[in-house]
Design a protein around this ligand. Structure first.
Ligand code: NAD
Length: 262
């Protein structure tokens, strides 16, 4: 019997990157998985590519009406919900001075409210089965770089939110944790590499490789490596783990930039 046989899971942001890898792994381990994405064609294509009975649903995670309807449909169709993985997210660039009010609102709306809403509407169902929530945050919840003011604020808030959910829901046996990846080779990272390679002369792959070298393990992560942490936290093997933020970062948070001479 597979580890997640009989479990019902929803993965937001499941049409690409980390969410797609997590959906694939949860399905491989026996869960009945729905992925939620923004674009119908992309979402259906991702579901078909993963196979294993994974279904694609379209919803904007920051729209309360759509999220409520999505959760109702899953619960009606599958008889409940055991696992929620929130991987939908966006990145915008700018310091506090450069970030427009519109960009700030958009990042907080998608990354933070777009996590809060699926959690809010999943919890009544998770409470009935001692289910679990895994929120995809970032190392940027702990450390940061230049020109990511809104993004880093959203990720710091997600870790705090996950702790709040963990404490409120512990009485029902529901667990809530975050995974905090360093750089991961996904469409989001590639978009950033294309944008910033224009000025650096390194080229997209050169910049991804350079970012990789800033991680002690010397490379960026594969989405499948983050999915392993998500699937572990989602399942019963992590039954006594709640309220934690798990870095999946190749040692990034363990290092300081000050090196002794060779
Ligand atoms: P990605 O762009 O492939 O995935 C993000 C997904 O979220 C996309 O499929 C996108 O369509 C979806 N999405 C965006 N807005 C949405 C909305 N309003 N409603 C529904 N879906 C929406 O990138 P990824 O790297 O896989 O990102 C997944 C998560 O991992 C994000 O929260 C991101 O912040 C986080 N993360 C990524 C990295 C990295 O280096 N790639 C590092 C740390 C954390």
């Amino acid at each position: 019997m597979a580890e997640l046989d009989g479990k019902v899971a929803l993965v937001t942001g499941g049409a690409s990157g980390i969410g797609k890898a997590a959906a694939r792994l949860l399905a491989e381990r026996g869960a009945r998985v729905t992925i939620c994405g923004l674009d119908r064609a992309d979402t259906e294509e991702a579901a078909a590519d993963i196979g294993q009975g994974v279904r694609g649903q379209v919803a904007d995670v920051s729209d309360e009406t759509q999220v409520e309807a999505l959760l109702a449909e899953i619960v009606e169709g599958d008889g409940g919900l055991d696992i929620l993985v929130t991987a939908a997210g966006i990145q915008r660039y700018g310091s506090a001075v450069d970030t427009t009010g519109a960009d700030w609102d958009e990042v907080l709306r998608v990354n933070l409210k777009g996590t809060f809403l699926p959690v809010k509407y999943a919890l009544p169902h998770l409470r009935t089965c001692r289910g679990s929530v895994v929120i995809v945050s970032s190392v940027q919840a702990f450390v940061t770089q230049t020109s990511v003011a809104a993004y880093t604020a959203s990720k710091g808030a997600l870790n705090a939110f996950a702790r709040s959910v963990a404490i409120d829901e512990a009485q029902y046996g529901v667990r809530a944790n975050t995974v905090c990846p360093g750089s991961v080779d996904t469409p989001m990272l590639r978009m950033a590499a294309r944008r910033f390679s224009d000025g650096s002369g390194a080229g997209e792959q050169g910049l991804v490789d350079a970012w990789g070298r800033t991680h002690p393990l010397g490379r960026v992560a594969r989405a499948e490596e983050v999915a392993e942490a998500i699937a572990f936290l989602a399942g019963d093997r992590a039954g006594f783990i709640t309220g934690v933020s798990l870095p999946v970062d190749g040692g990034l948070l363990a290092a300081v930039a000050v090196a002794l001479p060779e």
